[in-house]
Ligand binder design. Structure first.
Ligand code: UD1
Length: 429
C-alpha cells in the first residue's frame, strides 16, 4: 500500500510525454483473442489494469510477453483452453467484460462473472448483452455468471439506447467474425473506439464509420495477427492540463493530438488558459487559479466533455473565484472526491447530479483518501495547489490508470513523493 505525500508546489513547467491510452489498450489487448496468430502491441503502459488484462488473456491459455521498458507486448493466443475467466480476474477490472465479444466470436461461447472496476455507479452490461443477442447469441445468467453461446454469429442492425463505449467495442469485436453486415447505430464515438477499429482493420477486419454514430462491420472468415501502436492517453493529458490550469505555469504535452481534447481545450480557453496546438503537441500556459474564470461543465458522451476529467476539473474549479457548476450525466456516483476536497477547505455542495462550487482563496493540505481512479487524480491536483502538505492514501486506484504519475509531476515541478505505508509507519515509530 503506497501513498502520495504532496507539498503545495510552485508553478508547473516543462515538457511531458503522455503514456499510451489505457482505454485503448484494454479493448485492443482483448481483440487479440480474435485470431490464433501473434500480435505485437506498442505503447501499452504497465498499469495495473493492463496487467490485469494480461492475466485474463493468460488465464485463457494465451502466451503474453511484456517488455515494460519498451512498453510493448507480444500476445500469442494459440493455446486457448477455456472460455471462462476466473472470478478473481473478472471482478478485478470493469474491462474484463471486453473479452466476451472476441471469445464468443472465435469459440462460440464465453462465460464471465459481473465485471469489477471503479465504484462510480451501477454500470450494468445490458447493452453488451442485447448486442450479442441481436447477433444470434443465447444469453443465460445463472449464479451471478453470464454465459453467451452461439454456433455462429449473424450480422444485424443494433441500436444502442445509450452510446456506451464498452458495448460499442464489444459488439464491434464480436461482429468482425459474424456472418454478413452488422450496423451499430447510436454507437460511441470516442477516439479509443476509432483506435480499436483501426486495430481490427489492421487484423483484416472490415469496420467502417468508427468515430461516427453509425458503425458498419462486414464479417470476415478469419483475422490475422497485427503490429500496432496505440494512441496517447487523452485523459492523462487532460489531467495534467487541469493541474497546470489550476497551479499556473507552462507545460508542453508531446505528441498529443488536440483533436482528441476539443471539449477540454474549449473549456480551458473559456476559463482563461492559453493553449496552442502544433504538429508536435500541445502547449498549455495558465496564469493560475486566482486569474481564471468560473465556468459550467456538463459531462457528455464524446465529443462532449469527458466524464473521466470531471473530478480533475472539479478540483481546479474549487479554487477559481466565483461560482462554477459541474454536472455529471454519465455515472450516478461520481462525486466521491467532493467530501475529500471539502476536508481540504473547498466549498462544494452536491445537488442531485451537480456540484455547486464556490471558489475559495486557498485549500489547505490534509490527509485524504482516493476513492476511485479519477477522484484520486483530482486530489493530487488539489494537493499540488494547497497550502501545506497533503497525504493521499489508497493510491492503488491512481495506479490503475496513470503510469508513474508522480515522476511526470515531479519533472514538471510538483513536490510529490510516493511512500510505502509500511515505511512511513516505521518512520513514525
Ligand atoms: C468507458 C471507459 C471509462 C469512461 C466511460 C465513459 C474504458 C475501459 N473505460 O467505460 O473510463 O468513464 O467509458 O466515457 O474504456 N451503461 C448501461 N448499460 C451497459 C453499458 C453501459 O446502462 O450495458 C451505462 C453505464 O452504467 C454508464 C454509461 O452507460 O452510466 C456509460 O458507460 P460506458 O460508456 O459503457 O462506459 P465503460 O465502457 O464502462
Amino acid at each position: 500500500m503506497d501513498k502520495f505525500i504532496i507539498k503545495g508546489s510552485s508553478v508547473l513547467s516543462g515538457s511531458v510525454r503522455i503514456s499510451g491510452a489505457k482505454n485503448a489498450a484494454l479493448p485492443i489487448m482483448a481483440a487479440c483473442l480474435l485470431t490464433d496468430e501473434e500480435s505485437i502491441l506498442h505503447g501499452i503502459p504497465p498499469l495495473s489494469d493492463c496487467l490485469a488484462m494480461k492475466s485474463i488473456l493468460e488465464s485463457f491459455g494465451a502466451m503474453v510477453i511484456w517488455n515494460p521498458l519498451k512498453q510493448s507486448l507480444i500476445i500469442r493466443p494459440q493455446g486457448i483452453k477455456t472460455c471462462e475467466i476466473p472470478y478473481e480476474l473478472a471482478t478485478a477490472i470493469r474491462a474484463s467484460f471486453l473479452v466476451m465479444g472476441p471469445v464468443l466470436a472465435r469459440f462460440g461461447q464465453a462465460t464471465l462473472d459481473m465485471p469489477g472496476g471503479c465504484n462510480i455507479g451501477l454500470r450494468p452490461i445490458d447493452l453488451h448483452l442485447k448486442g450479442f443477442a441481436a447477433l444470434g447469441a443465447k444469453i443465460d445468467i445463472e449464479h451471478g455468471k453470464t454465459l453467451a453461446s452461439a454456433k455462429y454469429l449473424i450480422g444485424d442492425k443494433i441500436y444502442l439506447d445509450f452510446p456506451s463505449v464498452g458495448a460499442t467495442e464489444n459488439i464491434m469485436m464480436a461482429a468482425t467474425l459474424a456472418d454478413g453486415l452488422t450496423t451499430i447505430e447510436n454507437a460511441a464515438t470516442e477516439p479509443e473506439i476509432v483506435d480499436l477499429a483501426n486495430f481490427l482493420n489492421t487484423m483484416g477486419a472490415n469496420v467502417k464509420g468508427a468515430g461516427t454514430n453509425t458503425i458498419k462491420i462486414t464479417g470476415v472468415k478469419h483475422l490475422h495477427g497485427a503490429n500496432y501502436t496505440i494512441i496517447p492517453d487523452r485523459i492523462e493529458a487532460g489531467t495534467l492540463m487541469a493541474a497546470t490550469a489550476a497551479r499556473g505555469g507552462e507545460i508542453f504535452l508531446e505528441d498529443i493530438a488536440g483533436d482528441h481534447l476539443k471539449p477540454v481545450i474549449a473549456k480551458l480557453r473559456e476559463m482563461g488558459v492559453d493553449i496552442s496546438e502544433s504538429a508536435n503537441g500541445l502547449r498549455v500556459k495558465s496564469p493560475g487559479f486566482m486569474y481564471l474564470d468560473a465556468t459550467e461543465i456538463k459531462t457528455m458522451p464524446h465529443p462532449g466533455f469527458p466524464t473521466d476529467l470531471q473530478a480533475p476539473f472539479t478540483s481546479a474549479l474549487a479554487l477559481v473565484k466565483g461560482n462554477s457548476i459541474v454536472t455529471e450525466t454519465i455515472f450516478e456516483n461520481r462525486f466521491m472526491h467532493v467530501p475529500e476536497l471539502v476536508k481540504m477547505g473547498a466549498n462544494i455542495k452536491i445537488a442531485s447530479r451537480s456540484a455547486l462550487i464556490e471558489g475559495v482563496e486557498c485549500l489547505s493540505g490534509a490527509r485524504v483518501m482516493a476513492t476511485d481512479l479519477r477522484a484520486g487524480a483530482a486530489l493530487v491536483i488539489a494537493a499540488a495547489c494547497a497550502d501545506g502538505t497533503s497525504e493521499i492514501e489508497n493510491i492503488y486506484h491512481i495506479d490503475r490508470g496513470y503510469y508513474k504519475l508522480e515522476n511526470k509531476l515531479l519533472n514538471l515541478g510538483v513536490k510529490i513523493e510516493r511512500v510505502s505505508i509500511d515505511a512511513s509507519i516505521e518512520k513514525v515509530v
